[in-house]
Design a protein around this ligand. Structure first.
Ligand SMILES: Nc1ncnc2c1ncn2[C@@H]1O[C@H](COP(=O)(O)OP(=O)(O)OP(=O)(O)O)[C@@H](O)[C@H]1O
Ligand SMILES: [Mg+2]
Length: 360
């Protein structure tokens, strides 16, 4: 169970030397526009991923007036420190060098919803795959190596396609077909679990958010063309090997799990026909169900909600808070503070942020 016990944002965008001891339940950060709310959420996310959800460039995050970003925390008794310059990065957990990023994400699994990241419903396929695979990894950490090998294999194949080296291609395509079936299988199973969990939650009547949302569905496009069975090695490999020449012409492999997508719909309307509010509500349903699934697997993520009240009505906000409070996860919520939120006083700490300075 991940709990951020102490947080020290030394240098991160407009935050400098901010120290806080978060509540193990709900933390509400209030501030006007451009005070540093999203930066704060991004700093926590950074600590769990060693990357941002807003930018790929370290230099965007390093404060304007220095050459280093630095965030530290105590998470479940472990001391984590992350320091980065434009060219170097240093991450330690209990003063030992961290092995890899997955060590960080296991220590601090985060579940985030932020307008700056975009919502999964109505979002880019990449965001949808990342939503899906985040769940897949946490349920089955062994798949991390499968994904890594898949990406390496795909890179090799694309290189060989550019060089028109068809001799070696067959070996790599066979390897890719094996890895592809493992990934598709895990994704399909996870989607099934998501759907089952939504149905159970609807039935349990605990939150009407799920029923109110309407009739939801998720159409998974596995990344292969119609007619290829993503769960069959023979079918995938057969398709790859008979079409080598057309891949050589294109100089890259434009199909496979790296091109998978999900199309969401609500009451038979596909996602592009939904309003922003509907897209956000639907994104939240899928997002909350993912939190629920993780909690059921005994992995308690730290939940980050940026700008909670934008695009949602009061009733929906209360439902989300009620749902998450019942799961007993640590929450970090930011809000502009125009309307009071319905939070239990004993479990909540309210912080104010003003020009990068946080006060309780
Ligand atoms: N590398 C950086 N160094 C210093 N300041 C930065 C850096 N990057 C962004 N900022 C500034 O941080 C400020 C706060 O940004 P942030 O996105 O956190 O605001 P916010 O409180 O979430 O506002 P909103 O309510 O509009 O979403 C902005 O004024 C931005 O210009
Ligand atoms: Mg913001």
């Amino acid at each position: 169970m991940a709990i951020v016990e102490k947080l020290h944002v030394h240098r991160f965008r407009n935050l400098s030397n901010q120290y806080l001891e978060p509540n193990k339940n709900i933390n509400l950060l209030l501030g006007k526009n451009a005070q540093g709310k999203t930066n704060f959420i991004e700093a926590l996310y950074y600590l769990g991923h060693n990357r941002s959800f807003k930018t790929k460039r370290t230099k965007d995050i390093i404060p304007f007036d220095c050459n280093l970003l630095q965030v530290g925390a105590i998470i479940d008794d472990a001391r984590v420190l992350l320091k980065k310059t434009n060219s170097r990065s240093e991450i330690t957990i209990n003063q030992q060098k961290a092995q890899n990023n997955s060590q960080l994400s296991q220590l601090l699994p985060t579940q985030i919803i932020s307008p700056d990241r975009g919502f999964v419903v109505g979002g880019a396929p990449k965001l949808k795959r990342s939503y899906l695979d985040w769940g897949v990894f946490h349920i089955n950490p062994n798949l991390l190596t499968t994904y890594k090998s898949y990406n390496k294999t795909l890179k090799n194949i694309n290189l060989l396609l550019v060089k028109n080296n068809t001799k070696e291609l067959e070996y790599w395509m066979s390897k890719l077909a094996h890895l592809s079936t493992d990934i598709s299988k895990a994704r399909i199973e996870y989607i099934q679990t998501l759907n089952d969990t939504i149905k159970e939650t609807e039935k349990s009547n605990k939150v009407d958010f799920f029923q109110q949302a309407g009739d939801l569905s998720m159409n998974f496009q596995n990344g292969w063309i119609r007619g290829v069975d993503p769960l069959s090695y023979d079918s995938v490999f057969g398709y790859l090997s008979t079409n080598i020449q057309s891949f050589v012409r294109l100089k890259h492999l434009g199909c496979g799990p790296h091109k998978a997508n999900i199309e969401y719909s609500l009451n038979n309307k596909t996602e592009n026909h939904l309003s922003r509010g509907e897209q956000k509500t639907l994104s939240l349903v899928y997002w909350m169900v993912q939190v629920l699934l993780l909690v059921e697997k005994n992995i308690k993520p730290v939940v980050l909600i940026d700008d909670i009240s934008s695009e949602l009505d009061q009733h929906k906000i209360n439902q989300i808070l009620q749902f998450l409070s019942a799961l007993d996860v640590q929450l970090f919520i930011t809000d502009i503070g125009n309307t009071p939120l319905n939070l239990s006083q004993e479990n909540t700490t309210i912080f104010q942020i003003n020009n990068g300075i946080i006060s309780q």
